[in-house]
Ligand binder design. Structure first.
Ligand code: GUN
Length: 290
């Protein structure tokens, strides 16, 4: 079994970006600038956004964090997005999801200028991705593809089963891996909560991407020997034995499944750091375009 070390791979990518930024700086070019909007005080979201800002510092980007209260109106939030759309120093920005229930997520994402949409969530970027056109790829699927590629895991002609049809991970990774591209050319099955005989489906998979947000869902009796496992889940599960009161659990029962896997991502330290690295890559791309 080989552990797919997302933390190390993400650090390699960050080192590559750091070198590029140093060269931009030396040549008097524009330093990439990422902004992040966060609404409310959800602990996990706050942690993710803080990691994104810290990663900017690490590679030499400029960053701006816009921390808004839970009770902000939709109109006020849309106004903040307009400001970022019009700020010529900001190359790209993200709105951390989920948003509070009183805010229409689609309306918010639709307002982001597609040229600054480094999360790749705007319908223009989703449509362009679907049509194999140049675009910003959503960071988590992009990170998964990059991890598969850097570990030279064959995907061409393989059976890939994606668990979960979310707009952020499941749906886009199912599209990307079916495309004619690096880490693509797979035969993809997108399984979800209505899928019947799920274990029969997953047992046929060469590669499983689990993105459903149910801790320890995938068990050893649901996979074949030699499978590659990408675990996107990262749920806080109460655990009194831990100082912070919780543990981070993936969608895969790692203790069971790793014994049958050829390759597997850990949680934490797998997909999470890759998401951040790819967001930086998208921001660098945006700063070159803008
Ligand atoms: N919430 C969970 N994943 C993501 C992500 O990749 N981007 C944003 N903006 N919010 C998220």
């Amino acid at each position: 079994m080989v552990l797919l070390d997302g933390k190390k791979t993400a650090n390699d990518i960050k080192d590559e970006i750091t070198l590029e930024v140093a060269s931009i700086r030396k040549n008097g070019g524009k330093i990439p600038h990422l902004a992040a909007i966060i609404v409310g005080s959800d602990g996990a979201s706050q942690t993710y956004v803080a990691s994104k800002v810290k990663a900017c510092e690490r590679v030499g980007f400029n960053s701006t964090l816009i921390d808004l209260p839970e009770d902000i109106t939709e109109e006020q939030l849309l106004h903040e997005i307009e400001i970022l759309n019009n700020d010529t120093d900001i190359d790209g920005f993200i709105v951390q999801l989920p948003l509070p229930k009183h805010i229409d997520e689609q309306k918010v994402l639709m307002l982001v200028n597609p040229n600054k949409d480094v999360d790749g969530f705007h319908p223009t970027n989703v449509g362009r991705m679907t049509l194999d056109l140049p675009c910003y790829l959503p960071a988590t699927p992009y990170g998964i593809m990059e991890l598969l590629e850097r570990y030279k895991i064959e995907t061409s002609g393989k059976n890939v089963v994606v668990l979960g049809r979310s707009h952020i991970v499941g749906r886009p990774i199912s599209i990307l891996m079916s495309q004619k591209r690096k880490a693509g050319n797979a035969t993809v099955t997108l399984a979800h909560s209505r899928t019947q005989n799920l274990a029969e489906v997953t047992k046929n998979a060469d590669i499983i991407i689990a993105a459903i947000g149910i801790p320890d869902f995938l068990k050893a009796n649901m996979v074949k020997k030699g499978v590659t496992i990408i675990d996107v889940g990262i749920t806080r599960v109460k655990d009194a034995s831990k100082k912070r009161g919780y543990r981070l659990a993936g969608d895969v029962d790692f203790e069971q499944v790793h014994k049958k896997a050829a390759f597997i991502t850990p949680v934490p330290g797998g997909v999470g750091p890759m998401t951040i690295a790819m967001l930086l890559k998208n921001t660098l791309l945006a700063s070159k375009h803008n």
